[in-house]
Design a protein around this ligand. Structure first.
Ligand SMILES: Cc1cc2nc3c(=O)[nH]c(=O)nc-3n(C[C@H](O)[C@H](O)[C@H](O)COP(=O)(O)OP(=O)(O)OC[C@H]3O[C@@H](n4cnc5c(N)ncnc54)[C@H](O)[C@@H]3O)c2cc1C
Length: 300
């Protein structure tokens, strides 16, 4: 099967697309959807047999602009330090003799500085607000069933210091249009009576009525079906193995994929990497170093 001549493929080998999206998770499928709606000829490539089978398979289901604070924030270093010595912590750290790992940690610590964290929170709020708005647009146009709930999202706190920090972040978010409001215990119980039994342990909460929730897998697969029905080509069971950079034109012109039938090259004007794809050499992602390079992709 692997040696089958390329000309025997049901899909043409010299496939030309306007946009090739690598990864059929929630990010890739949304990208494909909007490109398709813009009238582009789109292809989506994923190593799995269907959309949404990796990270987007199961998550907290939150569509939360209020969850915009980055992991790199001023309270993170102390929290991480405590977690390192707690066997039951949610953090697993494996130090390696890898300069990229230590550079990443250094960058993370720099990003924990208050000014940088505030700047990143602001940017994420703007992006998340726009994303939630676009989700509303998709919902009003397409018949998508994904167990949506539009009842807002509550964050509650048992630790006064963490609550104080949340009040500050909520203030910042409101300045940028996210209506994350601080609520007292009485308001909290009015929103969610199930807190009654544990209300004495809670010091405070924030509530964002415009936030939503839903099933990420159902959403991703439903939207993928809509894309397919509208002419988007799907290459499932196909792994992206390399990006081909045009030496002369100085841009990436094609992606090489390993399909169940052999290798295939997809040419495209735009190639969107939406797959948390692990590039063997992340440094080669730098635009200047891309020139004239054939970049191998490795998938863990
Ligand atoms: C425990 C947990 C809870 C979370 N809760 C929430 C939440 O409540 N709300 C929220 O907004 N976010 C949440 N997230 C984050 C959210 O789930 C992810 O950000 C999102 O699913 C990422 O989508 P993606 O499309 O970028 O990646 P993925 O869904 O992982 O999609 C990437 C796709 O690329 C494919 N791929 C990778 N490499 C290759 C290759 N070489 N060739 C071909 N295909 C390839 C994979 O098969 C995969 O299907 C949570 C994450 C986790 C882990």
């Amino acid at each position: 099967m692997l040696n089958r001549p390329l000309s025997d493929f049901s899909i043409p080998t010299d496939s030309d697309f306007d946009v090739v999206v690598l990864g059929a998770g929630v990010v890739g499928i949304n990208t494909a959807y909007w490109a398709m709606r813009a009238g582009r000829k789109v292809a989506v490539v994923d190593r799995q047999p269907a959309a949404g089978l990796e990270t987007s398979f199961a998550n907290g289901g939150q569509i939360s602009v209020s969850h915009a604070e980055p992991w790199a924030n001023p309270s993170a270093p102390l929290k991480i330090l405590k977690w390192l010595f707690d066997g039951r912590s949610p953090l697993l750290f494996r130090p390696r003799c890898d300069v990229h790992q230590w550079l990443w940690i250094a960058q993370f610590l720099v990003d924990c500085l208050p000014q940088r964290a505030d700047r990143h929170t602001t940017e994420i709020v703007k992006l998340a607000t726009e994303s939630r708005h676009l989700l509303g647009e998709i919902r009003s146009r397409e018949n998508l069933q994904y167990d949506k709930r539009r009842k807002g999202i509550l964050h509650f706190y048992r630790d006064q210091r963490e609550f104080d920090a949340a009040i500050r972040v909520a203030d910042l978010m409101r300045k940028h249009g996210c209506n994350r409001n601080v609520v007292d215990k009485r308001e909290l119980l009015a929103i969610e009576p199930a807190f009654e039994a544990s209300i004495d342990d809670i010091v405070g909460a924030t509530y964002t009525p415009d936030d939503e929730s839903g099933d990420a897998l159902k959403y991703t697969q439903g939207l993928a079906q809509i894309c397919a029905d509208n002419g988007v080509a799907f290459f499932y069971g196909s792994t992206a193995v390399a990006l081909d950079a045009q030496k002369s034109a100085q841009y990436i012109a094609a992606v090489e994929i390993r399909t169940p039938f052999g290798y295939q090259r997809l040419r495209a004007r735009d190639i969107v990497v939406a797959g948390a794809l692990s590039l063997r050499s992340e440094a080669s992602l730098d635009r200047r170093s891309l020139r004239g390079l054939r970049i191998p992709l490795s998938s863990r």
